[in-house]
Design a binder for this molecule. Structure first.
Ligand code: TYM
Length: 325
């Protein structure tokens, strides 16, 4: 079975990216064929400073390594290093339709937040490139957070459409979300997703210093009442903190509710903060060591070579199917 996922090197990675995606990748590496990449072409879909893009790309590679991914077992690479992504994109853009692309939640949210005159075509066509990423590697499993499921669903629609026309060419992918933590919410407004594009006290960044992380958790918005239990509607703040705790300690939500049953909010938050700091502290140290080891560039170059072999095979298959060769 093949597994593929990627992270876009925009903004600062959050605890949401860590829990919903990053921390789940390594579990596949011993018994699956795993491809993990940095979606740098996707990063261009919103304005980004070139130096920031370069720095973020290296940092995410270091985060991948710090999360336990072993480059001997897993192929780690940069999307733009493998030209097959752009080539398949050019072909597949003819098989997804304007109507369905305009209904994508991410496009609606991001384009609404911008001045309408400045929306690039790439933002609109974002799912075509993402489908190309997935289909090039014939991925069976795509581990992601909840917000990316819609993009995998449209990829699945494309597979059906394409294969109906050309025969069994593309492999059907399946999204996989983590049991606990598929959507981590902002600490300052638990009704919105924690996000790297927001900048506020509600988002824990993986690069925050540990004191700042602790402070953000201690000042997280909690709900009225004093009891600690799961109720997304009436207790979104407490539910979010319970989810963070459960995900980072690999426990069920039920077990955490039982543990904190008689706690007061303040003491509960302190334990959540301890777990966050004790997880991300060592994680940051490992990431910085990788970043400064000088290994990152070499590793990405090797990864791209390995990835291109698989990607080019699929590209040839697709080109033959549609009549380009
Ligand atoms: P990106 O970079 O926005 O996010 C990376 C991963 O983190 C997950 N995530 C979250 N999970 C839980 N709670 C949150 N608050 C939260 N915020 C983000 C995302 O769901 C994602 O899994 N389009 C993708 C990158 C991409 C990709 C791909 C992924 C490009 N091609 C092919 C998989 C397969 C993106 O922008 O993710």
């Amino acid at each position: 079975m093949r597994v593929l996922s990627g992270i876009k090197p925009t903004g600062k990675l959050t605890l949401g990216n860590y829990i919903g995606a990053l921390k789940n990748f390594a579990q596949y590496q011993s018994d699956h064929d795993v491809f993990i990449f940095i979606a740098d072409l996707h990063a261009l879909t919103l304005p980004i400073d070139p130096d920031e893009l370069r720095t973020n790309t290296k940092l995410i590679t270091a985060f991948y390594l710090a999360s336990g991914l072993d480059p001997h077992k897993v192929t780690i690479f940069k999307q733009s290093d493998v030209s097959a992504h752009a080539e398949l994109n050019a072909i597949l853009q003819n098989y997804l339709y304007m109507g369905e692309l305009s209904r994508m939640t991410q496009f609606k949210e991001k384009s609404q937040a911008m001045d309408h005159s400045g929306i690039g075509l790439g933002l609109f066509a974002y799912p075509v490139l993402m489908a190309s990423d997935i289909l090039l590697y014939e991925a069976n499993i795509v581990p992601v957070g909840e917000d990316q499921i819609q993009h995998i669903e449209i990829t699945r629609d494309l597979v059906v459409r394409f294969n109906n026309r050309y025969g069994k060419v593309l492999v059907m992918p399946e999204p996989q979300v983590t049991r606990v933590g598929k959507r981590i919410m902002s600490l300052s407004d638990p009704t919105v997703k924690m996000s790297k594009s927001e900048s506020g006290k509600g988002d824990i960044y993986l690069t925050d210093d540990l004191k700042t992380m602790r402070k953000k958790i201690m000042s997280a918005v909690t709900d009225s009442g004093s009891e600690i239990y799961v109720d997304e509607e009436n207790k979104p703040g407490i539910t979010n903190l319970l989810t963070i705790y459960a995900a980072l300690t690999n426990q069920s939500l039920e077990a955490c509710v039982t543990k904190f049953k008689d706690y007061r909010y303040g003491d509960f938050k302190k334990e959540v903060a301890d777990v966050v700091v004790n997880t991300l502290g060592p994680f940051q140290a490992k990431a910085m060591a990788f970043l400064h080891s000088g290994e990152v560039d070499r590793l990405l170059a090797e990864g791209a070579k390995k990835a291109a072999i698989i990607a080019n095979k699929t590209l040839v298959k697709v080109k033959k199917a549609v009549g380009l060769i």
